[in-house]
Design a protein around this ligand. Structure first.
Ligand SMILES: [Cu+2]
Length: 357
């Protein structure tokens, strides 16, 4: 089931980089306990929790502590899959479509703020902006075209609660509510439509149009210099949006390991499984016979991603609490209700500043 990707960059990531990262994670742990010094183990683990934080995992803050962050993400998709098989552009036309998507990129800029209301309860808000671009080919040799969209996406409000905690183990429950602030009415110019902008297909829209609920549960384990954990979360969409549809529900399961490399750097590797379902209902302005992206029954999929992240941070002085993370990954398995564009890789960078308390 799990095939090694054919793309040489992906193959290199999976076969070479992944084992190297795992090896470096396991490299020499002997000095760890010697460096504890006069710091208590609780204080050390609290500090290392932040230093080894994994992108996409929500944590809690102590009472009165703030965090402000900026997170950039880019995802690239190229080629189409139906199930796990490649589908060529002529095969898409043979199914009767007039237009075939060939590639897409997506960029997100997210600004987040966190505040520890109590030692157990942390509140978070995320303001996301998105930009997307999709390339297409028209049937019968009519040429290529690109559509783009951009703007604010769905605002997120999150409450995180520390359910259980010992020195070495934590269990955090979270609930995110997203507001339908992202547009579901994005239009664009498409050749052959008499120069009038038309409603762009589902993946080019900026929001879900519904209030969404995202419950999650996270386990984090720690010993000095090491962190591991697992997280499960689901996205549940409430009601039907103004354009007569509901995006599919989704869930994710992630497991990771992280290692402090030096006093100022840490590394993590993670495996993330995600599955998302088809759209309920349909936007009446979209014709599902025109292009696969306009078909509400060709949106579902599931994917296993391998990801790695490297963080550098400051521990003292004026820049206390500053942390920069770069990370990236690639799917090692994906199966899509297609024809649907295949994800090739994703990269991101995050800058965070923790203060107060
Ligand atoms: Cu935070």
């Amino acid at each position: 089931m799990c095939r090694v990707p054919s793309n040489p960059v992906q193959k290199c990531l999976v076969l070479v980089v992944a084992p190297m990262l795992l090896l470096s994670l396991a490299w020499g742990d002997a000095a760890a306990s010697a460096q504890l010094g006069e710091m208590s183990i609780e204080a050390l683990l609290e500090q290392e929790l932040v230093e080894m934080e994994v992108t996409g995992i929500h944590h809690t803050h102590p009472k009165g502590e703030w965090m402000i962050g900026y997170h950039y993400m880019r995802m690239n998709m190229e080629g189409n899959l139906d199930g796990t098989s490649d589908v060529s552009v002529p095969e898409i036309f043979a199914e009767g479509f007039m237009v075939a998507p060939t590639s897409m990129w997506m960029e997100m800029h997210m600004i987040h703020g966190m505040y520890g209301l109590t030692d157990k309860l942390t509140l978070m808000i995320v303001l996301p902006f998105e930009r997307k671009s999709m390339d297409h080919v028209r049937a019968m040799g009519l040429g290529q075209f690109t559509t783009t969209s951009g703007g604010i996406s769905d605002l997120e409000f999150t409450a995180l609660y520390s359910l259980w905690r010992t020195d070495r183990h934590r269990l955090i429950g979270g609930l995110t509510i997203t507001a339908p602030t992202g547009s579901i009415d994005v239009r664009g110019f498409v050749p052959g439509m008499m120069g009038n902008p038309v409603r762009l297909p589902y993946p080019m829209q900026l929001g879900s149009g519904t209030w969404d609920f995202i419950p999650e549960l996270t386990y984090i384990g720690q010993v000095p210099k090491w962190q591991w954990g697992a997280n499960v979360g689901g996205t549940l969409r409430a009601g039907t949006n103004d354009n007569n549809y509901t995006l599919g529900n989704a869930y994710e399961v992630m497991a990771w390991g992280a290692r402090k490399l030096t006093d100022w750097s840490s590394l993590n590797v993670r495996l993330k499984w995600s599955q998302w379902f088809n759209i309920d209902g349909a936007d009446p302005q979209l014709n599902p016979m025109m292009v696969p992206t306009a078909d509400p029954n060709r949106r579902a999929g599931r994917r296993l991603d391998f990801l790695a992240g490297l963080s550098v941070f400051t521990g003292s002085g004026k820049l206390e609490g500053l942390r920069l993370t770069v990370d990236g990954g690639t799917p090692i398995y994906q199966s899509l209700d297609g024809p649907q564009l295949e994800t090739d890789w994703m990269v991101g960078a995050m800058l965070e500043w923790t203060f107060g308390s």
